[in-house]
Design a protein around this ligand. Structure first.
Ligand SMILES: C[S@@+](CC[C@H](N)C(=O)[O-])C[C@H]1O[C@@H](n2cnc3c(N)ncnc32)[C@H](O)[C@@H]1O
Length: 503
């Protein structure tokens, strides 16, 4: 690979992942690129670069470019982790930071509409999950009445294989190199030659793939917001200066009032931490968001209580109670959305790698065991759509809608399939259905606007685009609009351009 191309590739990687490829790692990168070219049957590194750099319209259907980034990041990230990795920071969490936050949250209980206190912790760049489970153990020991709390302990990582391993929760002795045998006995059970996290700890945590650079947060519609603590350790050491600054800004907005950011020691040395204030403890430096007015904190807490209640009602009870009697075979099956089983992750990885046929086999196996598995049905729909099999894709979209009639994702996919078939009238109906289900569906307004414009109905097109603009105006620039995954600011630029045509 020539030097110019290699340099361009390194810059592209930095822009996409934040990773800084050092001089001594260049050859290893070249080897990895050649391995990927071979897997993809590409002849030249230029073609590979173009694939990674291809400008793709974001839609609910994943592009080859998105897939390749997922495959490449598995190869270029470093995922070293183990339980209770930094004893000092764990002690700081356990003895100072968490007790302080817990006491604050208990005080909020006197406010009307705050029925349960919440505690929200995010391990960003969690690798294979050891950090996340360590935090869960600490919290379990600190809060005896966990059932009286809304607890979120979320682990995210760019590396899909790491996330899959984290979800399995099975580790060998190397992950326990710093753990007292007593603690292992209490929170893990033997699993062949390894150790498996016990259910009461496992049920406290969640894992999700996320790219700190490309993804926007806070994200109000998923869990990435209102964090009491963000732990991002041993991630920034691999990032370039600009990527750290971008991530710090997003972390700031994702923290609650007086929320803490914990990084690895000296990882932010020489970096401008912006509005985050540095706090010095004997065990470690940490960074804290300022004290926001109490009304904001109460409003967040009330909102969280409401959101969690709605989720619980809609997500678990309504869906399952409505559907279970119809399907006798399900009687002995656990509800699919209580815990993400390992093989949906495997299916998702296969899907992201572009192995649609194998992903389909995996998801179909899962459907046999858990016919109400929304994610498996939707993945099947997407995989069949990507293979150009509209009939199968439609079938699984309909299954997914039967499982979760409130989700708009299958409707988006059905609408795109209809558009591809040239059935514009059906596509229009489906986008309208999405708006009916979720009146703030910005993407549906924009898609309808495009259709009306193509049909020459400028007045309706303008109406749709103006509505989208009005909705965008209400949201912060960072927010991610689903399912296209564009930011509010990106879409605002697009819509402003479109609306200029009507001046
Ligand atoms: C050394 S591990 C740290 C694991 C854990 N935090 C710890 O300290 O034990 C670094 C992790 O950062 C993840 N990572 C690197 N770039 C990322 C990005 N742009 N977004 C999310 N995670 C990223 C890697 O995949 C890797 O799992």
């Amino acid at each position: 690979m020539n030097n110019v191309l290699l340099q361009n590739l390194i810059e592209l990687i930095a822009r996409h992942t934040g990773l800084n490829i050092r001089e001594q790692d260049k050859q290893a990168l070249v080897n990895k690129v050649f391995a990927r070219m071979q897997a993809l049957k590409l002849n030249t590194p230029e073609q590979y670069y173009q694939l990674l750099d291809s400008n793709t319209k974001h839609s609910s259907i994943e592009t080859p470019c998105d897939r390749e980034w997922k495959a490449l990041t598995i190869l270029i990230t470093t995922g070293e982790s183990y339980f209770f990795r930094d004893k000092g920071q764990i002690a700081l969490l356990k003895n100072r930071l968490l007790p302080e936050i817990i006491a604050q949250k208990k005080q909020l209980l006197s406010q009307p509409n705050v029925s349960k206190p919440s505690l929200r912790i995010w391990s960003a760049g969690c690798s294979t999950g050891e950090e996340v489970y360590s935090i869960a153990v600490v919290i379990k020991e600190l809060i005896p009445d966990l059932h009286n709390w809304h607890i979120l302990i979320l682990g995210t990582d760019i590396n899909l294989e790491s996330i899959a391993k984290a979800q399995q929760g099975v580790y060998d002795s190397w992950s326990f190199r710093m753990v007292e045998p007593e603690l292992i006995k209490r929170y893990f059970k033997t699993h062949q030659q390894s150790w498996e996290v016990i259910e009461s700890i496992r049920s406290m945590v969640k894992f999700r793939a996320s790219n700190l650079i490309k993804d926007n947060f806070p994200q109000p519609f998923v869990d990435l917001h209102s964090m009491d603590i963000i732990i991002c350790r041993n991630v920034f050491i691999y990032f370039d200066f600009k990527a750290i600054a971008t991530t710090l800004d997003k972390f700031y907005h994702t923290l609650n009032s007086r929320g803490y950011l914990i990084t690895g020691h000296a990882e932010l040395h020489g970096q401008n931490t912006g509005r985050l204030q540095t706090k010095v403890f004997p065990e470690s430096l940490v960074y804290q968001r300022e004290d926001l007015p109490i009304e904001k904190t109460i409003a967040t807490e009330k909102l969280l209580t409401r959101a969690i209640n709605i989720n619980q009602e809609q997500g678990t009870l309504v869906k399952l109670q409505k559907l279970l009697p119809k399907r006798e075979i399900l009687n002995s099956q656990p509800p699919s959305n209580v815990k993400l089983p390992a093989n949906i992750t495997k299916a998702e990885i296969l899907f992201h790698q572009g192995d649609y046929t194998v992903a389909i086999q995996e998801a179909e196996q899962l459907i046999k065991q858990q016919p109400l598995h929304f994610n498996a049905c939707y993945l099947l729909a997407q995989a069949w759509a990507n293979l150009g099999k509209a009939e199968q894709a439609t079938f699984y979209c309909e299954q997914a809608i039967e499982i979760d009639s409130l989700s708009t994702l299958p409707y988006y996919l059905l609408a795109h399939i209809a558009e591809e078939k040239g059935d514009i009238s059906l596509a229009k109906k489906l986008f309208k259905k999405i708006i009916y289900l979720a009146p703030t569906s910005i993407n549906a307004y924009l898609e309808l606007g495009d259709i009306y414009q193509q049909e020459g109905d400028k007045s309706k097109a303008k109406k749709m685009r103006t509505t989208a603009w009005g909705l965008l105006k209400e949201l912060p620039a960072h927010f991610l609009v689903e399912p296209s995954k564009n930011t509010v600011s990106e879409l605002t630029v697009q819509v402003n351009k479109l609306l200029q045509n009507y001046l």
